[in-house]
Each structure stands twice: as structure tokens, then as C-alpha cells.
Design a protein around this ligand. Structure first.
Ligand code: FNR
Length: 348
């Protein structure tokens, strides 16, 4: 294969270029990978209802996310360790997202430290994904650094009290060691010893969110919500946004496909917070489906990593452009000129 035509093509290109272990780490889901497969399959079950004879000559797909205008309704989801894909790691991914007009969300477990990534982003909007650490001092420091480096929101991942059981990576003999790199390079021996010995990720509970809100001058986004009940609690605990996600099928296998629970969550949130979605978004028609069902934006996980492995920053920018062109095409064929014109009636 020479040039990819769509996001699915990127998987094969990355597989050719990467070592089997790291590829299995990127690709894999938990246990039998039921949820991993279903994220994409559930989108394919949806059908779109086009409206015709409308003037769709001029189309724009910008959206406002937590008060900031972004050019695309598609952002890059937080994924750890971009260094397995490319030497420039998150610096390349962030630069590409900035160029394409997509919001970039940096993971706590990045290969490169957040300050370098912020510099590569320039003025472009960026958010920081937080895994709270068992050492509260380190958590507070990460949050302060993110605010100082211009990250505009704190994306608190709530679906990882423990890691999922990911056998594909195990079978490939891959073990994620925690080298003293990225955001943790600066911490002392004692703090680092605690980090590597930790079990779980500091066991965040609803009660801790008030503490987090106290130390963070940033809006909180709760990532990993899959039920209406938790969406309501998120709003009650002051979340500015709810991010519907099953962690790309990497945590609880047989949790539902993200797109299948979106509507109940949008209904529960009832306009009190923004709602985003990730998991299995691979096509422009997936993006418009999620937006028509009430998501304000969607995020892309694996295809960004595959694009980075294929062709560095240019690969990621090309991936985002392919998706933006597909969204544009879907909008014209559905009969909408801006994303706020997508409604429930466009999907069956
Ligand atoms: C992830 N994801 C993730 N999420 C998070 O909040 N913090 C993290 O560090 C990571 N790390 C990570 C690594 C890898 C290799 C993958 C594939 C995923 C989950 C990610 O943000 C997102 O929820 C899913 O990847 C979305 O699904 P798709 O687009 O990969 O199908």
C-alpha cells in the first residue's frame, strides 16, 4: 500500500513499520476484545437520513469547546507513549493537530514532557489528561504545570481504578515499564520509587473531585463515563464536560460501545455540561452520527498513533485532513452547512 485513503488504511501501514510488541500495545483491547470490536461495529449499524434540495454550497465545521473555537469537531484523544510510533512523539502529534485545527489532549503518560509539547502547540488549544497519582504532591504539581503551560482543561480519566487485562500485549511479550521520562523526569528518587511501586492510580473517588477542583484553575472534563447515573453525578460534582468513553475497549471488556450509550448520557446531562465521545470513530459518517446524537465533539485514539508511526507529524496531519474531508462530504450529502444543524432526525 502506498498512500492511505482513509483512517482504516493506517492500521496496516503502522503494523508494517512497528515492532510487534508496541503495535500490540497500541492495537489491543481488554480480554476478548468484545468492546474493542463493538465500538466500530455499533457505528456501522447506524443509518443516516439525508435531506435533499438544500443549498449546501458553503459548509463549515468549527465548534466551540469549553469556550474556545476550534476548526474541527474532531480532537486527538490522550494516548500514552507516542515514542513507540515516532522519535518526535507527542511533539509531532501536537504540531500536526495545531496545523489541522484539531484540539490535542496530552496524556499523563506521554513520552515527552508537557512543557515541550505545549511549545510545539504554539497558540493552538490543548488539554491535559490527568491520571491522579498516589502521591498527592505529584498530582498537584502535574496540575500546576499543566495550567502554567497553557493547557485549557483537565481531562480526568475515571475508568482506570486498575488497569484492564490486555492479553494481546502480554502475548506479544510486551511490558510497559515506567521509565523516568516524560512528565515524571523531574521528580526525585523518593517520589519516583513511590510512583513505580504504586498499585492503582491513586484511587480517585467522587469525594476527591472537590479537592481537584480546588487545586485546578481549569475546567474539569470527566473521561470514561458510560451511564446516565454517572453523567448526572459528574454534573453535580461540577464537571464542565462529560466524555463518553470505554477507553477504546481497553478497560472493562463487554462494557457497551460508546455510541450506544451516548443518547442516554446526553439526556441525563440535559445541557448542563458539554458531552464528547471517543471509541471507534474512523469515518466522517461516524463523526456526524455522534454529533447528531448530541456529542459536541469526538476524539480519535488509535488512528493518530498509526498515522504517527506511518509518517510522523505529516502523517497525523494527513489523517486529520482525510477525516475533515469525509465530514465535509457527509455534511453536504446530509443537507447541513454547519454542525449545529445536525439533529436526532438525521440518524436512525
Ligand atoms: C489509550 N487511552 C488512554 N486514555 C487516557 O485517558 N489516558 C491514557 O494514557 C490512554 N492511553 C492509551 C493508550 C493507547 C495505546 C490507546 C489505544 C488508548 C484511551 C484513549 O484516550 C481513547 O479513549 C481511545 O483510544 C478511543 O478509542 P479509539 O479511537 O482508539 O477506538
Amino acid at each position: 500500500m502506498t498512500a492511505p485513503l482513509n483512517l482504516r488504511d493506517l492500521e496496516a501501514l503502522a503494523r508494517e513499520r512497528m515492532q510487534p510488541g508496541p503495535f500490540a500495545f497500541y492495537f489491543g483491547g481488554a480480554a476478548d476484545e468484545v468492546t474493542l470490536r463493538e465500538n466500530e461495529a455499533a457505528f456501522e449499524c447506524r443509518r443516516l437520513r439525508p435531506r435533499v434540495l438544500l443549498d449546501v454550497a458553503r459548509r463549515r465545521q468549527s465548534v466551540e469547546l469549553l469556550g474556545t473555537r476550534v476548526r474541527l469537531p474532531v480532537g486527538v484523544a490522550p494516548t500514552g507513549q507516542h515514542g513507540f510510533a515516532h522519535a518526535d512523539a507527542e511533539v509531532a502529534t501536537a504540531r500536526a493537530a495545531a496545523q489541522a485545527g484539531a484540539l490535542f489532549c496530552l496524556a499523563t503518560g506521554s513520552t515527552r514532557p508537557m512543557e515541550e509539547v505545549a511549545e510545539a502547540s504554539g497558540d493552538a488549544p490543548r488539554w491535559f489528561q490527568l491520571y491522579t497519582q498516589s502521591n498527592r504532591g505529584i498530582t498537584e504539581d502535574l496540575v500546576r504545570r499543566a495550567a502554567a503551560a497553557g493547557f485549557g482543561a483537565l481531562v480526568v480519566t475515571v475508568d482506570l481504578p486498575v488497569g484492564g487485562r490486555r492479553e494481546r500485549a502480554d502475548r506479544a511479550g510486551f511490558q510497559l515499564t515506567s521509565p523516568r521520562t516524560g512528565n515524571f523526569a523531574r521528580y526525585g528518587d523518593e517520589q519516583f520509587a513511590e510512583l513505580t511501586q504504586r498499585s492503582g492510580y491513586g484511587m480517585l473517588t467522587w469525594d476527591d473531585l472537590a479537592w481537584l477542583r480546588g487545586i485546578a484553575p481549569l475546567p474539569l472534563v470527566l473521561k470514561g463515563i458510560l451511564t446516565a447515573d454517572d453523567a448526572r453525578l459528574a454534573v453535580e460534582h461540577g464537571a464542565a464536560a462529560v466524555w463518553v468513553s470505554n477507553h477504546g475497549g481497553r478497560q472493562l471488556d463487554r462494557s457497551p460501545a460508546s455510541i450506544d450509550v451516548l443518547e442516554e448520557i446526553v439526556e441525563a446531562v440535559d445541557g448542563r455540561a458539554e458531552v464528547y465521545l471517543d471509541g471507534g470513530v474512523r469515518r466522517g459518517v461516524d463523526v456526524v452520527t455522534a454529533l447528531a446524537l448530541g456529542a459536541r465533539a469526538v476524539f480519535i485514539g488509535r488512528p493518530a498513533l498509526y498515522a504517527l508511526a506511518w509518517n510522523g507529524a505529516d502523517g497525523v496531519a494527513a489523517m486529520l485532513l482525510m477525516l475533515a474531508l469525509e465530514v465535509d462530504n457527509a455534511m453536504a450529502l446530509l443537507g447541513v452547512t454547519s454542525l449545529d444543524k445536525l439533529t436526532r432526525a438525521h440518524v436512525m
